[in-house]
Design a protein around this ligand. Sequence first.
Ligand SMILES: Cc1cc2nc3c(=O)[nH]c(=O)nc-3n(C[C@H](O)[C@H](O)[C@H](O)COP(=O)(O)OP(=O)(O)OC[C@H]3O[C@@H](n4cnc5c(N)ncnc54)[C@H](O)[C@@H]3O)c2cc1C
Length: 435
Amino acid sequence: MFKMPQLVTEQQVAYPESYYTATAGSVESLPPLDGKEQADVCVIGGGFTGLSAALNLAELGLDVVLLEAERVGFGASGRCGGLIGSGQRKDVLETEELFGYRQSRLLWDMAELAKQEIRDRVARHGIDCDLQKGQLIGVHSKRYLGYSAEYADVLAERYAYPDCHALDREGTRAMVASDDFLEGFFDPNAATIHPLRYTLGIAAAAREAGVRIYESSRVTGYTRSDPATVSTAAGSVEAAFVVLACNGYLGRLEPRVADRIIPINNFMIATEPLGEERAYSLISGRFGVHDSRFIVNYFRLSDDHRLLFGGGKNYRVGFPSDIAGFVRPYMLKVFPQLADVAIDYAWGGTLSVTANGLPHFGRLEPNLYFAQGYSGHGISTANYAGKLIAEAIAGRAAQFDVFAGLPTKPFPGGTLFRYPGMVLGMLYYSLKDRL
Ligand SMILES: Cc1cc2nc3c(=O)[nH]c(=O)nc-3n(C[C@H](O)[C@H](O)[C@H](O)COP(=O)(O)OP(=O)(O)OC[C@H]3O[C@@H](n4cnc5c(N)ncnc54)[C@H](O)[C@@H]3O)c2cc1C
């Protein structure tokens, strides 16, 4: 009973105005869920986590419905900085201290697979998302001096990751024309993407693989049963498995995980186009940059030579009324030479952080999976979380199928005479045992 969503002509929910929506190309609207559906898996949330889970599940042969409250990529996935860092949110020295080397190495290796998953998806589906390489971390405080060189050595010696290098103040300044940084750390294998185009590309691949995606379909609740019934205002999906992928937009949908994360609002601006020469006089390439502050500044050049700059956050419900005015001072602290430049776009998004800065994955029921709390390091981790959830679900479903697929013959005698037949058979074999 596969039913592909029909395109609808008028927009249902508007995306926030941002540089990403302005440069995403034509975006299809998908209709809301209307009526009852059945699926192997119902995914709630159409960001990196949910779309990656849906796509991987469909590729593993499962029938998937994805319900998105607003639009695909409406949440953090379509609004974020686009910096794909290596490792986890916490660096390997911190994870070694917390968990020991073996676990820390495992977390690092998984993060490498997560980066590779994005590169593979971009290549396999031909996603036009401006994938670029490299990331520079600018050290802003004397407290961290010397750390870059030590960290590059640790990665090379203990994590088989030899290509990073430390930069002194001049070397850093040659790459980023700011007096803000005392030294730098360059990772040539980190990356950047246009996040909304990537999200829409994954959604298109998921639909091609058979996933039925419904937008404007806010889930209002689900049963704790097998199968579960997932409800929206206008319909419901009965599914053997449910994936909860709402992250910072979870609200009160699932109180059992809501208290493990804090939603945080983060803000970005895009300058007017600066022209190629002025753009590259700020940053010498298309690599991403972030600093070592707790309230991190992150920035990069767009392909039309703007500066995309993220900085500042709040913990309230709602964004500042003047986001451009809120973020601009952070940008001018790093690049005072941009005082004359107009801001064309300003927007905010909501992510979620955990108490220890590490992601929160789990299973609330045998058939209810979730992943959230990527703590600002969500592009690669959320995409990989979706893949891991898909593999976990398919593994459970597949193990079930091992038994379900064993050949069984009906007992002779049909429903009426099978018992006498079975008893005779049992007697025959138990007599053979005694002979
Ligand atoms: C401004 C900003 C900058 C960032 N920069 C970076 C960066 O440079 N690098 C990086 O790695 N990470 C960054 N992040 C974090 C990263 O974007 C997130 O970790 C990641 O996108 C999380 O993906 P997700 O799919 O789990 O959540 P989201 O993309 O937020 O998706 C959740 C979806 O669930 C939907 N939803 C919620 N409730 C329901 C419901 N009841 N029913 C149906 N659907 C529902 C929402 O509408 C939303 O579309 C940034 C985040 C922000 C906000």
